[in-house]
Design a protein around this ligand. Structure first.
Ligand SMILES: [Fe+2]
Ligand SMILES: [Fe+2]
Length: 195
């Protein structure tokens, strides 16, 4: 795919190189899978294909950053300090959005928001937020009980796919006795709970 200069001052190939430098081989493969799925969902739900590609390729940009570096950024750059009371697993969303803006020059709020929300979701989600959240969960390299059902749902109804994934993630966190970040609960209350 050829990028316009609407979102980024580099080509897709250049972006791929920049992203690849940030992560190991396995995660890079995951990122390419998320892009493939995000483009398919963007086609299905009439979203901006280029924005979907860029958000997908950059969503895990900070995932392999040093834990101390992320912690310092959270303290220094005005992030929700409550993040520090939860596992570092959830930091790479907000920190990633910050670094993608700073280091890659992405200024588009819809793309940055999709990166920011991709791990915990949110009660308010744009079409692009939902596409990245769901694509991350069902990309072709994913293999877990329920992934086939999640893929079917994603093609049928994107909101239902958000609900399915949120429920699945919460089940998993509860099973592991993990502390749950309040925004994950907010996502559950909006997209899963019936009343
Ligand atoms: Fe992630
Ligand atoms: Fe991911």
């Amino acid at each position: 795919m050829e990028y316009t200069t609407n979102y980024l001052k580099m080509s897709r190939v250049e972006l791929l190189e920049r992203v690849q430098m940030q992560m190991g081989e396995r995660r890079f493969k995951h990122v390419l899978g998320v892009e493939e799925m995000a483009i398919a969902l963007a086609g299905r739900y009439e979203a901006d294909i280029e924005a979907a590609s860029i958000a997908a390729l950059t969503h895990d940009y900070a995932k392999e950053r040093d834990r101390d570096e992320m912690q310092e950024l959270i303290r220094k750059e005005g992030f929700d300090l409550d993040l520090l009371n939860y596992g570092s697993e959830i930091w790479h969303g907000p920190v990633g959005a910050f670094l993608v803006q700073k280091e890659l020059g992405v200024q588009d709020d819809l793309i940055l928001d999709a990166i920011r929300k991709h791990t915990v979701g949110a009660s308010e989600m744009t079409l692009l937020d939902k596409i990245i959240y769901v694509a991350d969960f069902i990309e072709p390299n994913r293999d877990f009980p329920g992934v086939a059902e999640a893929r079917e749902i994603a093609i049928r109804n994107l909101d239902e796919a958000v609900a399915f994934e949120t429920k699945h993630t919460l089940h998993y966190l509860i099973e592991k006795n993990t502390k749950i970040y309040p925004q994950t609960i907010a996502t559950y209350n909006t997209w899963v709970a019936k009343s």
